[in-house]
Design a protein around this ligand. Structure first.
Ligand code: GN1
Ligand code: MG
Length: 363
């Protein structure tokens, strides 16, 4: 039997799983679409949790269960579509929310939401605005979810200062002798150490509040309704943790307001799309007006810079360490991704005044 279908057979699916199609979006977990036989040929999403990244997979699942349950309560109270606006987790036949294989792999599954698409690039400002309001609603719906209920699935996830330390360590160790191939990128990063503490300092001195944030707000982590083009469901709860909404803003911009894909190697095509930036600010604030301060709004352009820089650092660090974290599809993939992110950082620096002007309109 296909080993993925064997795993699938442990869950309470309607019908017998007959096919498993890999979904190659995402750099961390392994994801499959499972189709079951029977009249309605129901589909499910089945994921193997990457236990190199998530050392405590059961805690990842526990967070997801608690967050989804809370969201369902909110969506029901708002009269929304409970089964489409968040994930519905399917238990195993013995009632667990995950299946642990004898080899120590951890799998979890949920009902597939039909009639939706995901994008790696924003197709229009309207679509990106709608994604922004969906992320804003996600934050709002979790605003009364007590952060102490969450496990910290990856410590210091958006602590750019500690990410910089990891980067410097990778350069010093130079385990694979790759430092020589990345001299320009390393110099770019070393020249920007001062950027790293911006968000951490604001959190420490109380200017930037802590709430429950998603922390991985890439455009492809939102399901967009095919008919209406609206962002309806936020997926990938693996890193839902206490954080600043500036993390979520910055990460959404670095990915969705980029003119090109995250691994585009023709850097002349990579820049910050100002129209997309504004659409996101507009959509995000349409939901979050009351929870975001003027200091935080003014920090939007810097938040985008910091999180883009941080992501570039993480790709570069992983390249230097031998590609042990992010999934790659060719040997220089992580270096390409780092170059791409650093190009965005550089472009954002050049157009910083313009970004600030856009943000001022919303204050
Ligand atoms: C990873 O799994 P995925 O592809 O949604 C990563 C994010 C990065 C992103 C870069 C747990 O997200 O932090 O921003 O790649 N997730 C984790 O594309 O590290
Ligand atoms: Mg993720």
């Amino acid at each position: 039997m296909n080993p993925v279908l064997e795993v699938a057979s442990h869950f309470q699916y309607l019908g017998t799983p007959v096919s498993a199609v890999p979904c190659n979006v995402g750099h961390i977990n392994s994801t499959y679409f499972i189709t079951c036989d029977g009249e309605n040929s129901v589909r499910y999403v089945l994921q193997k949790i990457n236990t190199n990244v998530f050392k405590k997979p059961v805690e990842v699942v526990e967070n997801m269960v608690a967050v989804c349950e809370h969201l369902k309560g909110k969506i029901a109270a708002e009269g929304g579509e409970v089964d489409r606006e968040t994930i519905s987790i399917i238990p195993t036949r013995d009632g667990k929310m995950y299946y642990a294989t004898p080899d120590g792999d951890y799998w979890r599954t949920y009902q597939a939401i039909e009639g939706v698409v995901t994008y790696n690039l924003a197709e229009s400002p309207e679509m990106f605005r709608s994604a922004a309001s969906a992320f804003g609603r996600f934050f709002n719906r979790l605003s009364d979810f007590s952060p102490e209920r969450l496990h910290v699935t990856i410590p210091n996830f958006h602590n750019t200062v500690s990410r910089f330390q990891d980067f410097k360590k990778a350069v010093e160790e130079d385990r694979l002798g790759r430092v020589k191939d990345a001299a320009e990128e390393i110099a770019f990063a070393l020249a920007r150490e001062d950027v790293c503490s911006f968000l951490m300092d604001g959190i420490a001195d109380g200017r930037f509040k802590l709430g429950v944030t998603h922390n991985d707000t890439k455009l492809n982590n939102i399901l967009i309704d095919k008919t209406s083009g609206r962002g309806i469901c936020i997926i990938d709860m693996d890193t839902v943790m206490p954080g600043s909404l500036l993390f979520d803003f910055g990460d959404a911009i670095r990915f969705g307001a980029s003119s090109a894909l995250e691994d585009e190697t023709d850097l002349s095509k990579v820049y910050v799309d100002l129209q997309m930036f504004e659409a996101y600010v507009d959509g995000f604030l349409s939901e979050l007006r009351r929870s975001v301060s003027v200091d935080e709004i003014r920090a939007f352009p810097m938040a985008a810079r910091v999180i883009t820089f941080e992501t570039g650092l993480r790709f570069l660090t992983d390249y230097l360490n031998g590609d042990v974290y992010f999934r790659i599809s060719h040997p220089y993939h992580n270096l390409d991704r780092a170059r791409n992110q650093f190009k965005l950082v550089a472009d954002g620096e050049e157009r910083y005044e313009e970004l600030c002007k856009i943000v001022e309109k919303y204050i």
